[in-house]
Every structure is written in C-alpha cells, then in structure tokens.
Design a protein around this ligand. Sequence first.
Ligand code: NAP
Length: 257
Amino acid sequence: MNTTAPSAASRVAVVTGAARGIGKGIAQRLATDGFAVAVVDLDEAACVAVADEITAAGGNALGLGIDVADETAVEEGVARITTELGPPTALVNNAGIIRDNLLFKMSTSDWDSVMDVHLRGSFLMSRATQKHMTEAGWGRIVNLSSTSALGNRGQTNYSAAKAGIQGFTKSLALELGRYGVTANAIAPGFIETEMTEATAERMGMSFEELKAYAVKDIPVARTGKPADIAHTVSFFLSEEAGFVSGQVIYVAGGPKG
Ligand code: NAP
C-alpha cells in the first residue's frame, strides 16, 4: 500500500448528478480546490457542457454520461475516468431523484426508482472507486442524504433512501478507515435547485411561494444554495479533515437530527 498522500494537483474527484443543481456547484468548487473533476450525470452532453465551463475557468474536468444505477455503465465509466483523468480517490454520491406521493398512491416503480438511484447508485459508485482509494492509501467519500431522512410526508421512498444513505456512510467509514479513506454524509435542508422547483410545481405553488413558506422554519432566515453544500463537501475532501469520518452533517440553516 502506498501511504504517500497524492498532491492536490494529481487528485481526481468524481461527482455524480453534476450536470446541474447541487452537483454542478460541487464540481465547480472542487475544480477550484485543485481536483481534476469527473462530471457525471445521465445526459453526457450536459456533463460535457459543465466540464467545458470548468476548463474555461482554468480547471481540469471530464464530462461523461453514466447511469449510476447501471452496474455495467458504472464499471465502464469509472474505467474511462481512470484512463482519461487518473484513478479517482474522491467520490461525491450526489445523483438523486424524487418520486413523491402519499403511501397509498405510491407505485412500486416510484419506490424502486428512488432506491435504485440513491442506494444502488451510491453502492455501485463506491464499490467501483474504492479500489483506487485503498491502493492510494487515501480517499474521500461524501454521500448526499437529506433532512427528509428524519421523515417527510409524501416521501416514504425518498426518506427511507436518505436514512439508508446514513447507515451506508457509517459502514463505509468503519470498513475503509484503515486504508486512509473517510466517508461522511451531508443532509441538506431546502436548497434552491430544479429539484425544489419541481416540488413547488407538484404542490401547485410558485417557486417564490414555496421558498417563502420554507424560510419560516429556517433559523438563519434564508433558503440554501448549491454553494452551501459545495463548501461542506470541500471541507470533507480536504487533507485536514482526515480525522472526521462516519459523520452526518445537517446543512439546513439550523439544528436538525
Ligand atoms: P437536481 O437538480 O434534480 O439534480 C440531480 C441530478 O442527478 C440531475 O441532473 C439528474 O439527472 C441526475 N440523476 C438522476 N438520476 C441519475 C442517475 N441514475 N445517474 C446519474 N445521474 C442521475 O437535484 P439537486 O437538488 O441538485 O439534488 C442533488 C442531491 O441533493 C440529491 O441527492 C438530492 O436528493 C439531495 N438533496 C437535495 C435537496 C434540495 O433541497 N435540493 C435537499 C436535500 C437533499 P436528470 O435530470 O437527467 O434526471
């Protein structure tokens, strides 16, 4: 095992669901931090566009389409990242979907799709990248949970997946710690993205109305932005955070959990 930490310039980070929203914010921030970044999402053209933006701003990025729930696509995609950017030693499992409904109206496919993207996707991506981390003797995994892990009406599927992510993260931390790999979870509150815009539409209100409604319960009196989450990811991926592992941090403008 090589116990020498790689230099910042040689580190490769993979961010899933990075074509937009929180994932895009994370990819941009990690590029600024000095990581070469693999921008992963379903639509390869959208990933390439984000990677081009990062490159134009002076960073190093590769955009590629991977369905994180597809085992073959994940294996092939991580192999391509390894060849074209270098072995990935940081992973941010951010890809996500919502398929909200009250339990009695929730279809089995809405349950399965949410489990597939959040849980199976995080599992497949973590398994495919961990070998590079353990070989390097250094690694960082960050998984996106949610305040919905604490329970949320209309989200039995999503809250179960996001609570599952927390257990998954703690087990990763226990298994991989001895190889210099940390695993942590971030549980965001209300963050302004297309996902929360879709929630407003589903609830029959404008995005501005939903934000005003949400802010009433947020102690810092504002909604979150992708940069709030990106900043927390940046901390977890830093060299100095190597003694922080198995944690869940709620980034929600107030206490949760
Ligand atoms: P978003 O704007 O909907 O972006 C999620 C991205 O993930 C989309 O580009 C989506 O692609 C992609 N994706 C979906 N399924 C995928 C798959 N199988 N493989 C690869 N990529 C896939 O969502 P966001 O608000 O940025 O959320 C990012 C993460 O934070 C999610 O895990 C979410 O659950 C979590 N989170 C968000 C909030 C919030 O308030 N926004 C709060 C708590 C937690 P398509 O558009 O093509 O489907």
